[in-house]
Design a protein around this ligand. Sequence first.
Ligand code: AMP
Length: 359
Amino acid sequence: MTVFPLPPGSTIGILGGGQLGRMLALAAGRLGFDVAVLDPQANGPASRVSAFEVVGAYDDPAALAELARLADVVTFEFENVPAAAVEHLTALGVPVAPGARALAVAQDRVEEKTFLNGAGAPTVAFAAADDAEAAREAVTALGAPALMKTRREGYDGKGQKWVEHASEAADAFKAVGGRPVILEAPADFVRELSVIAARGRDGEIAVYPMAENHHEKGVLRRSFAPAEVGKDTAAQAERIAAQILSSLDYVGVIGIELFELKGGRLLVNEIAPRVHNTGHWTMDGCEVDQFEQHIRAVAGWPLGPTHAHSRVEMLNLLGKEADAWAKLAGEPETRVHLYGKRDAKPGRKMGHVNRLRPL
Ligand code: AMP
């Protein structure tokens, strides 16, 4: 049985071996832990910096058993881990954090918004639809335009379509794949912000300053942090984060994407039950970054401080942009983070830089 706090020398299992897993593994290593990575592909960004690698599908019982044998606690780097994998690991006696409830809520946009509203975290108005006719009725009820998104497995703006009129709903339903959808009222936002927060095993909560985020073609391009926000806005974000974390009995770091409306009111767009791209600035702007914070929480350690010591502009390096590593490394204010990916496909997240300025 795992006893917390987990001592150094213990092994932390990570489901998913991409860049988030890699940065988690590097942080875990700094605290004296070993890491075991389970990923369907061998030799990925995370496993190349980890002590143990398990190659297999996330729902492969043999791979999960191997991970359970190696790891004292398991976490994940992406939210589309099958719920059955978490149940399987739990049945094998390995604690998984964040838990199954957080995963279930984050995997389904209707569950997510229903949960958020119940937890006192406001969102846009929404309606669920399982077929084309129900989608038309939902748009009529909400009012057009409405944004149609697949309930499950959408990310970076994929599986989404604006419906300008109820009569277009059936075509849009087909275009996003004929799968169950959510229809959302438009958020008339002035900015997109996010907040990264953590909850420890003892219920302690720590919230980082907010980031202001800019997307291009649905993909995060830049974050500026700490975002210039009023005291009221920061207090709203802290309250929202605390309500979400407590309601889920959450352990670990969470990313909460927010819309800021004119007048400063915040709506939650979505939550990610994991470390988040809009929190990469903390690697160089804070004493304890989101990756170490997540490892601390999962391992039952005390949480670290979250205040910023520098102002940071985080820029994602997409595709061939990472080839400029030598020039970037020559800029004194720039910290370079590369993910060790071999194939620089267009638009693929290959790394990021944090450009620092005094607060
Ligand atoms: P998502 O995949 O839910 O994060 O959405 C991707 C992007 O679409 C967001 O970052 C927003 O720019 C935009 N978006 C999502 N939902 C809405 C909405 N209800 N109203 C307006 N814009 C939205």
